[in-house]
Every structure is written in structure tokens, then in C-alpha cells.
Design a protein around this ligand. Structure first.
Ligand SMILES: *Cc1c(COP(=O)(O)O)cnc(C)c1O
Length: 302
């Protein structure tokens, strides 16, 4: 594949616009129904979709524009990383020379993702949990480069000034005048930063944290906005009321809700993020705290 073909494919990815679909959720317990709209990042493309692709594409554009092709593009991720899934799908589609530094789980939980990334042509390097902690440390990264050769590094999750700016751009171009609230799941905070900036001050964006209280999260969102040179409208907040025991954890109440929600909407949920944000949306609507809601479906089920 020609280099300029790769760049133009990335350009096409950057031009994709998410669609908004309308839904009614009938709550079996209260016998009430709730209307909401869903922003379908899952429909951005086949295999190449979800919020991760919106974050990865601007990084790829920078990589392709700044680096010689022999230099591989590398990134980090843990056993259940949607970022690695998206990264391997897109580097495969573009036939890029790619390297994945995967956190090795003592229980072997990393093996399915290792196999997937390998099938997609990524060279997978395992890092012990201890080594993995140093992934943002420059000396550690330089050491990886001396072991594995030079590489272009994309940050874990793909949050960077260019990706937050791209998210903001995409969301600012959506027709959202009918919405007062938006619900988005939060991991590292890059997506909510771009969303809040792009939606503007009329919409209150509520981020649903997948982890128990994380004091650094507000700071990370603010930093992401500043680094991307975007205006903070102070139209966002993060809720820690719906983590259901912590990252990746669930409770029967949550999984039972998810089955009904999926059946009624045809939208597949994911335990780490969108199950919790969907539950939070319905709960906040039931309590009368939010209305005219745009729910962000960040998950790529492919
Ligand atoms: C990674 C991920 C998020 C979190 O995105 P951040 O930008 O890190 O906050 C939310 N939803 C899904 C489905 C994800 O994979």
C-alpha cells in the first residue's frame, strides 16, 4: 500500500461523522419509559469505530506525516484494553509496522488480546506489571528503544492534544441544540474533555467514572483541555456513583439492567464503560435530575 494511500485513508477516518439515533427505554421496575438519544460512535466504521478511533486517527496522521515508515508505531495497554483492540485493527488495515507493549497478567488474562494483536500483525512485547508502571517514564521508554529499536510512541488510550482537538471538532459539528445533558463514560478523561469543549456551554456533560474516586481525574481533564488549547466552559462534571465496585467490576443489578437495555435498544454494552453510563443515564432520568439527554455510545462491539 502506498504511503499516500495510507495518509488519505487516515484522512477519511478523520472525516467520519457520528450519527444520532433515538430510543425509548421501558423500565420494568417502575413501569415508566424514558426517551433518549444516542451518539453512535459504534457506527463510525466497521471494526474501526468507537471513541478510540477518534483518538487514534489524529495520532496516526502525525505519525505518518512526521516519521519514516520503517520506524514502527508503538503503544501500551493492559489485558482488557479497547485501545489495543482499536490500534491493532487500524494498524492492520493500513499495514503499518506496529508494536504493542502489553501488560502481562499473572493469571493469563492478557493472552486473548495478545493473540488478537498478533493476528493483526502487531509485534507484541510483554511487560511485567512492575515494568508496566514505568510506561510514562522517559528513561524506561529509552531503554525499550535500545532493546527493540527506535519507535514512534502513541500514548496509552491515544489521548493527546491533537486527539482531544479532533474530538472537540467532531462534537462541535453535530446538531445538538435539542440537548441539555450528555452522559459519557470516563476512563482517562480525554473523551469528556473533547466532548465538553465541543458541545459548548449550553449542555451539561456528566462523566460516569468506571473507577472509584480518582482525585486526579478532574485535573487530567483540565490538563487535556489546556494542552489542546481548548476553552473550558465549566460545563462538565464527573460522577463516582456508578462504578459498581471498581474498574471492570459489576453487580447483578447492573448486568440485569444491561440485558434489558440491549434487548430494547439493539445497542451492545460493555461491562467496563457503557453498561455503567447507560445505567447512570436511566437512574438520573428516573430521579428527574437530567432530561433531553444525548448518551455517548463510545464502545466498538466489533
Ligand atoms: C477507553 C474507553 C472510554 C474512556 O475514554 P477516556 O477518553 O479514556 O476517558 C470510554 N468508553 C469506552 C468504550 C472505552 O473503550
Amino acid at each position: 500500500m502506498l504511503f499516500k494511500t495510507k495518509l488519505s485513508l487516515v484522512q477519511l477516518m478523520l472525516e467520519r461523522k457520528p450519527v444520532i439515533t433515538k430510543h425509548v427505554y421501558q423500565c420494568s421496575l417502575s413501569n415508566k419509559s424514558f426517551n433518549f438519544a444516542a451518539c453512535r460512535l459504534d457506527k463510525l466504521g466497521f471494526f474501526i469505530s468507537g471513541n478510540k478511533i477518534l483518538k487514534i486517527a489524529p495520532n496516526l496522521q502525525e505519525y505518518l506525516s512526521s516519521t519514516q515508515e520503517e520506524v514502527p508505531i508503538a503503544t501500551f495497554g493492559g489485558s482488557h484494553s479497547n485501545h489495543i483492540r482499536a490500534f491493532s485493527a487500524v494498524t492492520y488495515a493500513l499495514r503499518l509496522n506496529s508494536l504493542v507493549f502489553l501488560r502481562e497478567s499473572p493469571n493469563g488474562h492478557h493472552i486473548p488480546l495478545k493473540d488478537l494483536a498478533t493476528r493483526k500483525g502487531c509485534k507484541v512485547m510483554l511487560l511485567s506489571p512492575e515494568e508496566y508502571k514505568h510506561r510514562e517514564n522517559n528513561a524506561f521508554i529509552n531503554n525499550l528503544k535500545s532493546q527493540h529499536g527506535h519507535f514512534y510512541l502513541m500514548t496509552e488510550g491515544g489521548t493527546s492534544p491533537s486527539s482531544v482537538k479532533h474530538l472537540s471538532n467532531v462534537f462541535s459539528q453535530m446538531e445538538t441544540s435539542e440537548f441539555d445533558h450528555s452522559i459519557v463514560p470516563v476512563g482517562m478523561g480525554g473523551t469528556i474533555a473533547g466532548l465538553a469543549s465541543g458541545m459548548g456551554s449550553k449542555v451539561l456533560v456528566i462523566g460516569i467514572s468506571s473507577v472509584k474516586a480518582d482525585k486526579s481525574l478532574n485535573h487530567r481533564v483540565r490538563t487535556a483541555l489546556i494542552d489542546a488549547d481548548l476553552h473550558d466552559h465549566y460545563n462538565w462534571e464527573i460522577s463516582y456513583d456508578y462504578h459498581f465496585g471498581g474498574f471492570g467490576k459489576a453487580k447483578p443489578e447492573l448486568t440485569e439492567f444491561a440485558i434489558g437495555f440491549e434487548q430494547q435498544t439493539g445497542i451492545e454494552l460493555n461491562q467496563t464503560y457503557t453498561m455503567k453510563s447507560a445505567f447512570a443515564m436511566i437512574d438520573l432520568m428516573r430521579k428527574g435530575k437530567i432530561s433531553n439527554v444525548l448518551w455517548m455510545n463510545t464502545y466498538n462491539p466489533n
